[in-house]
Design a binder for this molecule. Structure first.
Ligand code: ADP
Ligand code: MG
Length: 313
């Protein structure tokens, strides 16, 4: 199968490539053309997934596609943006039809679920890697940036943290005899749920936000630095995986970076309305004058060694 047949068969004719209201021209020309709504800004983000760096060899292609799209959509969620379209730069060692069929199906399903259109890409031969660029839109002035946190705001997270991190042993060494709990952890890893609806609800309410990709402590540190404030996190309030010893679940929640939940700062008067629509949201601490992230009440599990957030270099 040549490059053009491959693009046509697996991508250009996929349901998610049909386009929508905002896609004036999709796959097939030199560029796609997007028509954002009036008074909106484009939100754009790129993430790459490279075999052996971000996922193991022999990873399930459908899950890989879903994780790749979810990780990118999470960045749109963290800006309060609504998805418009995405491009897919795919580098493949060979045109394996079975692999491509499963990959394209997984991608299509996730894209339709989150109402985002595949609008273009590039297809080349080489070691397996995927680079997605997502485009979204947000009303002018309403994007959730990292730099707006104010002293007195609550620090909140969008749900239980650490599940995807706790799945890593099984991600790296899949087994056929997984327990129900392991299956749940693996779902958190392979199919994270980008918090798009919450991101939109936080417009004009949250003062700062980002998605947790490096771990809560590390990403809260990025928010603190960008906003020029300090953050206090109460370890007792951090929602972590139940049914596991706290000494295992809490460090994963604090430093594991694979859940793609949101961490955000919220003036206290908005908490009740946000929690009424998003009951998994938890206040875990506060914005204070100063710098850096202070963790309090970690005593219960202090004999556990903490790893800092992941960095590539
Ligand atoms: P060009 O030479 O102009 O870069 P290509 O031959 O690479 O165009 O691609 C032809 C069309 O197919 C373009 O519209 C491009 O965006 C799209 N395309 C290529 N690869 C992919 C892919 N993996 N997924 C979706 N669209 C793709
Ligand atoms: Mg090209």
């Amino acid at each position: 199968m040549d490059e053009f047949k491959l693009i046509h068969h697996y991508f250009a004719t996929a349901g998610c490539a049909r386009g929508g209201e905002s896609i004036a021209l999709g796959i097939g020309d030199d560029c796609a053309l997007l028509q954002p709504s009036p008074n909106h800004q484009l939100a754009i983000s790129t993430d790459s997934l490279v075999e052996t760096v971000h996922f193991p060899v022999q990873a399930d292609p459908a899950l890989l596609a879903q994780r790749a799209l979810a990780v990118n959509l999470s960045d749109l969620a963290a800006m309060g943006a609504e998805p418009l379209g995405f491009t897919l730069a795919l580098t493949l060692p060979s045109a394996d039809q079975q692999w491509l069929t499963a990959f394209a199906e997984g991608l299509n399903q996730a894209a339709l679920q989150h109402a985002i259109s595949l609008i273009g890409g590039d297809t080349t031969r080489g070691p397996l890697s995927l680079t997605l660029t997502v485009l979204g839109q947000v009303p002018v002035g309403q994007a959730l940036v990292r730099s707006g946190a104010q002293v007195g705001d609550l620090l909140c997270v969008s749900g239980v943290l650490g599940a995807a991190n706790l799945a890593l042993p099984w991600v790296l060494q899949p087994s056929t005899a997984e327990s129900a709990q392991t299956k749940q952890l693996l779902t958190a890893y392979w199919q994270p749920q980008p918090q798009l609806a919450l991101g939109r609800a936080l417009r004009q309410r949250a003062t700062a936000a980002l998605d947790i990709s490096d771990g809560l402590l590390a990403d809260a540190g990025h928010l603190a630095k960008a906003s020029g404030v300090g953050l206090v996190i109460d370890a007792h309030l951090v929602p972590c995986v139940v049914d596991l010893p706290l000494a295992q679940a809490l460090p994963a929640a604090l430093t594991g970076g694979d859940d793609y939940h949101l961490v955000f700062t919220l003036p206290p008067q908005h908490l009740a309305i946000i929690q009424s629509a998003f009951p998994n949201v938890r206040a875990i601490g506060q914005v204070v004058a100063g710098a850096g992230v202070e963790l309090i009440n970690f005593a219960a599990a202090t004999d556990v060694k903490m790893q800092p957030g992941y960095t590539h270099f």
